[in-house]
Design a protein around this ligand. Structure first.
Ligand code: PMT
Length: 229
């Protein structure tokens, strides 16, 4: 038995949804369970990688045998991810990061006052964009290999390719989260993987762990191709 394909490699995976506090008892989040990110982390671990898993709010047990960093907000996830990106060989951004957070986080539980209230939101930092921008100015700009996700409900290919180019990823995994058996909270997923040259592979409905194995197959091939050049 030879060495495992990812032995000696450092992998960073993000999973789950971020939590954006309104006040001590209320928050904004999304339906991400963390299952897709967990499956990617487990598959990398079993291929011999040293895995760091940055988790937001998740359901169920996080995998064993990986280094877990718990965060709540998008800004905390940004700090945790950006601190370790320079040491990584692969980064996979399966987390569902809130694009906006409440402008003010109230120190005390908000009281019921008027009939209607307005919650003002401000943009969160885009972590995947920050990784792409950072990597573009590094001398070894091929490292880490970056896989982004794109959760879409319409014009999936168009939006996924736009995200791939804008956020400067090596691969983007497009998820039509409106399809049954795909996306948030499900045991299975259905995805299309795109690279800079367009569609790489359509992965039909299968367990998230099996999707994760296909993604690692694709990433390993592409990383070796990059190394050979
Ligand atoms: O966790 P599960 O229940 O298993 O569900 C899996 C999933 C549907 C969450 C997953 O497969 C998925 O699609 N994850 C990405 C969700 C998402 O936030 O997509 P997006 O299209 O909004 O973001 C695009 C990419 O940018 C993502 O890699 C995201 O992590 C990243 N991003 C987005 C916003 C932000 N502020 N920072 C980011 O890094």
């Amino acid at each position: 038995v030879g060495p495992k394909p990812l032995s000696g490699k450092r992998v960073l995976v993000t999973a789950g949804g971020t939590v954006e506090r309104i006040d001590p008892v209320r928050y904004i989040t999304n339906d991400s369970s963390g299952k897709m990110g967990f499956a990617i982390a487990e598959a990398a671990r079993d291929r011999g990688a040293e895995v760091t898993l940055v988790c937001g709010r998740t359901d169920g047990e996080a995998p064993n045998g990986v280094h877990i960093v718990k965060v709540n907000s998008a800004r905390q996830m940004y700090d945790a991810v950006m601190a370790s990106v320079p040491n990584m060989d692969f980064v996979v951004k399966a987390a569902a990061v809130a694009d906006y957070r409440p402008m003010h986080q109230e120190a005390h539980k908000m009281k019921k006052t008027s009939e209607a209230i307005t919650l003002e939101l401000v943009r969160n930092p885009d972590i995947l964009q920050a990784i792409g921008d950072w990597r573009a100015i590094q001398p070894d700009s091929g490292k880490p290999f970056v896989i982004g996700f794109a959760a879409e409900t319409m014009d999936v290919e168009k939006h996924a390719l736009d995200k791939l180019n804008r956020k400067k990823c090596d691969l983007i995994v497009a998820n039509n989260v409106a399809e049954s058996g795909a996306g948030f909270g499900t045991e299975t997923n259905i995805v299309s993987v795109y690279g800079p040259q367009g569609l790489v592979e359509q992965i039909p409905q299968m367990p998230k762990r099996a999707v994760a194995e296909r993604l690692w197959d694709l990433a390993e091939i592409r990383m070796n191709v990059t190394n050979a050049q």
